[in-house]
Design a protein around this ligand. Structure first.
Ligand code: ADP
Ligand code: MG
Length: 570
């Protein structure tokens, strides 16, 4: 069974035991009834029988509710355990796993699939166990009363059991389809809502709607299919009990008439036949819940088998004193995103000394952003080595490595929440004065002053309430606040106006005195100020040099400078 259930097993065992006690108490009622009828018809003292009845009622009244509560509580704990483990796992997945999965589907696994564990634990696990045990004990008691009638009853039930088993395979299939469709609903919704502006601008709401509805309807179809088979299974069970009842009544009645059987015994036996109803229902219900839940359990397992990053040691270290700029070297680095994909890097080599600015230029798709992804170890190089401070990147503790890097991503580098939350994301412990200083450096101070709620202004989903240039400055401020030893700027100022861009160019020049700065940019003004420029093309480094050197010596750079860079040196 699933690991998530293991921590809750003591509670489940206790709940199961109490359920059994309740069931056992119920099971003795026919025996007491037999005595009662016996006592009344033969005029014997009833004290013992009345006392037994009192005990039975008390046990049922106490153990029943406690069992229910303990079981349901344990089931909630199972769901909580699963949600905790699954969400922790998702947040630590390797970036590469997200290239192959839909976030909406992953979310559905944490929210919807885990919810099904509730039924799996209570109904499926405990229900099946108590149902089966009750059935067994009832059978034994019935056997003691009358073996022949018991044989008749069991024969009918076994026939029904075979039908139910066949039906349950279909229920499992339908359950799998239903849960998959729930994931599809999540994925389709996330796809549309995650890019709602694009969807609207493309006039694609109707198509997005159709996709979500189609997924929802497919879940409905699967649910209806499951309902059909479940109804058949439930009905078969009831039919079997009815058949058994009438058969026992007919055979037993004739034996009472011939004097071979007591009336009290026949009544007790018939009561047991009716006791089989809840037991069989519990059993069928338990098995069907298990079949429905099995699909969810499989999806949870599947999600847990996605690969996570190695765990970092302890919390992220706080920066201390003034940072020592990092040095960097790429040695014949090869990389591709997947075995079936063309290589992005085919032997990239360059080195970056401690301090200063290094710009990376090259046509779009040359692998500039990928270089930064490798530095953050979002992906691992397939061959060659990357050295940071002379140490192989893969020998660094992941947390320690990332704690010394400030990374401004190419797109949408803002998360929902307030401006303050965005800035403190990278360093929750930053002081007020430091925050103010970074705001000034990133030229955000004026914006924050203008906003009525200042730093507590909410930025909207992925920063939709900010302009592109404002978003970029927030991301830069966030990266600077980490006091990084290595600053990665990926087209980080592409959306700024000329004034802000020039100011941030000065900031970068300033920062590069105490930090190693790597920068990807398309503006000639930004590239030209770099201490060295690396030209990337065709998966290799074509040339390294200053702006003047490359302009004279490298035709691709000269062409990029003439055609692709957006504006002349300001
Ligand atoms: P640049 O930043 O120089 O424009 P990138 O490093 O973003 O280029 O991309 C380099 C190549 O890798 C491109 O051909 C791109 O299609 C491919 N690529 C980028 N990210 C992924 C990914 N997650 N999965 C597969 N291929 C990718
Ligand atoms: Mg890029």
């Amino acid at each position: 069974m699933l690991d998530h259930i293991r921590p809750s097993w003591p509670a489940l065992a206790l709940g199961g035991l109490l359920s059994l006690v309740t069931a056992a108490a119920g099971l003795t009622i026919p025996l007491v009834a037999e005595r009662l009828i016996d006592g009344l018809t033969h005029d014997r003292p009833l004290d013992g029988v009345l006392f037994a009845m009192g005990v039975l009622v008390a046990v049922t009244a106490l153990a029943g509710p406690v069992a229910q509560y303990v079981l349901r509580r344990a089931a909630e704990t199972v769901v909580l355990t699963a949600r905790r483990r699954l969400s922790s796992h998702l947040l630590r997945l390797r970036i590469g796993e997200f290239d192959r999965t839909e976030p909406g589907d992953l979310i559905a696994r944490v929210t919807s699939d885990t919810a099904l564990l509730r039924q799996v634990t209570t109904d499926a696990l405990v229900g099946t166990a108590t149902g089966a045990l009750t059935l067994a004990v009832t059978t034994v008691l019935m056997c003691l009363l009358d073996p022949v009638l018991t044989g008749v009853t069991l024969g009918v039930l076994l026939l029904a059991g075979w039908v139910v088993r066949t039906v349950m395979v279909r229920v499992n299939e339908a359950g799998t389809a239903a849960q998959e469709s729930v994931g599809l609903v999540g994925a389709a919704l996330e796809r549309a809502l995650g890019a709602l502006r694009t969807v609207k601008a493309s006039g694609a709401e109707d198509r997005a709607e159709a996709a979500v509805h189609e997924a929802a309807e497919s879940s409905w179809r699967a649910g209806v299919r499951a309902a059909k088979w479940l109804a058949l299974a439930g009905n078969t069970a009831e039919l079997a009990v009815q058949t058994a009842f009438f058969t026992v009544l007919a055979i037993g009645g004739s034996r009472v008439a011939s004097g071979a059987l007591d009336v009290g015994r026949l009544i007790a036996f018939l009561m047991y036949v009716f006791y089989l109803v809840p037991a069989v229902q519990q059993l069928v219900g338990g098995v069907s819940q298990y079949q429905l839940g099995a699909a969810a359990v499989n999806r949870i397992r599947e999600t847990e088998s996605l690969r996570a990053e190695p765990k970092g040691r302890g919390p992220e270290p706080e920066p201390v004193g003034s940072p020592v700029p990092a040095s960097l070297e790429f040695r014949d680095v090869h990389f591709r995103y997947g075995p079936e994909l063309p290589p992005v890097h085919r032997g990239v080599s360059f080195s970056v000394p401690s301090r200063g600015t290094t710009a990376f230029v090259g046509p779009s798709g040359a692998g500039k952003t990928t270089l930064f992804s490798l530095l953050e170890r979002f992906y691992e190089a397939s061959a060659g080595s990357i050295l940071l401070d002379g140490r192989r990147l893969d020998s660094w503790d992941l947390r320690e490595l990332r704690s010394l890097i400030g990374y401004v991503e190419q797109d949408a580098p803002v998360v929902s929440g307030s401006l303050r939350e965005n800035l403190l994301l990278g360093r929750p412990g930053a002081s007020g004065p430091e925050l103010d200083r970074v705001l000034r450096t990133a030229r955000l101070d004026e914006l924050v002053e203008r906003l009525p709620e200042g730093l507590d202004t909410l930025v909207g989903h992925r920063g939709t309430r900010l302009s592109g240039g404002q978003r970029q400055r927030v991301a830069i401020a966030r990266a600077l606040l980490r006091r990084p030893r290595l600053l990665l700027l990926d087209e980080a100022t592409s959306q700024l106006d000329a004034v802000n861009e020039a100011a941030l160019r000065d900031t970068v020049a300033d920062v590069s005195r105490t930090t190693t700065v790597l920068i990807v940019a398309h503006r000639l003004s930004t590239v030209a100020m770099a201490d060295r420029i690396v030209v990337l093309d065709g998966g290799v480094v074509r040339a390294v040099g200053t702006h003047a050197e490359l302009l004279a010596g490298d035709p691709l750079y000269a062409e990029l400078a003439a055609t692709q860079f957006l504006e002349p040196t300001a």
